[in-house]
Design a protein around this ligand. Structure first.
Ligand code: NAD
Length: 252
């Protein structure tokens, strides 16, 4: 592919599946040593094995990003293992229940917000602390097109994804003059285990997902990975605080 991340140390959360897995593999191909973190340790190991099989360097790590203690321990473990952290892709997320707002449960709200929104904040908090010591770093957060527009049935998910864009902008302006860039990617409909769960083998739901995407097909995890690798790299040195749709034209 390229050597955009040659010699960098990268962290990917939600690296066992879908967009995170593809990005961990792409980052390694671009020259980074990658820590693949996920709540499912076997999946993180599987991604790491694939990277190693292709000649790259990867370390799996179990982490539940909804726990700040676990997130802090994850970052400490990256720094202990590699001495620093250059790039972070805060991507772990869950879809949550798809029901009308009036039926949405408080417990489900807490679960989705804790993983998607609080998890992104605590990851940034501890990543940035380490990046500040070195005076450089690049962070990419995964939001969604549901972070800019309302989508029916996505109460907590939509709130979290809007919130991630807000967090991204706050961090970008707080740390821009200290060498740290923070951006968000907004996937549209990308074919992953998450979208498979949401569609549940229902051709009508699949057709609905296709119909909102002007490009006329699902995005692939690799297409997201390409963008994240670039945003993470020094080639994007002037880019910070953006919420970048990677959505086949949905938001257009
Ligand atoms: N697939 C899409 O169409 C789409 C669209 C917009 C946004 N997104 C976002 O992209 C990101 C990745 O989605 P995906 O489609 O690859 O999903 P996925 O379900 O295929 O993969 C998500 C990964 O996150 C991990 N994870 C879940 N909870 C975690 C936790 N508490 N701590 C650590 N890891 C955890 C899962 O084990 C899984 O490996 C998510 O934030 C999602 O909201 C996806």
């Amino acid at each position: 592919m390229n050597n955009l991340l040659e010699g960098k140390i990268a962290l990917v959360t939600g690296g066992a599946n879908g967009i995170g897995r593809a990005t961990a593999i792409a980052m390694a191909r671009a020259g980074a040593s990658v820590v693949v973190a996920d709540i499912v340790p076997d999946g993180a190991s599987e991604t790491s094995r694939e990277i190693a099989h292709n000649g790259g360097t990867a370390v799996p790590l179990e982490c539940d990003v909804s726990s700040e203690n676990a997130v802090e321990a994850m970052i400490q473990s990256v720094v202990k293992r590699f001495g620093r952290l250059d790039c972070a892709f805060n991507n772990a997320g869950i879809e949550g229940a798809r029901v009308p707002m009036t039926e949405f449960l408080e417990s489900e709200w807490d679960r989705v917000i804790d993983v998607n929104l609080k998890g992104t904040w605590t990851c940034m908090k501890h990543e940035i602390k380490h990046m500040l010591d070195r005076g450089s770093g690049s962070i990419v957060n995964t939001s969604s097109v549901a972070g800019l527009i309302g989508m029916k049935g996505s109460t907590a998910y939509g709130a979290a994804k809007h919130g991630i864009i807000g967090l991204t902008k706050v961090a970008a302006v707080e740390f821009a003059d200290r060498g740290i860039r923070v951006n968000a990617v907004l996937p549209g409909a990308v074919r992953t285990p998450m979208t498979d769960r949401l569609m549940g083998n229902d051709p009508e739901r699949e057709a609905m997902y296709m119909s909102i995407q002007p490009i006329g097909r699902f995005g692939t995890p690799d297409e997201l990975a390409e963008v994240v690798v670039w945003l993470s790299s020094d080639s994007a040195s002037l880019v910070t605080g953006i919420a970048m749709p990677v959505d086949g034209g949905i938001l257009a």
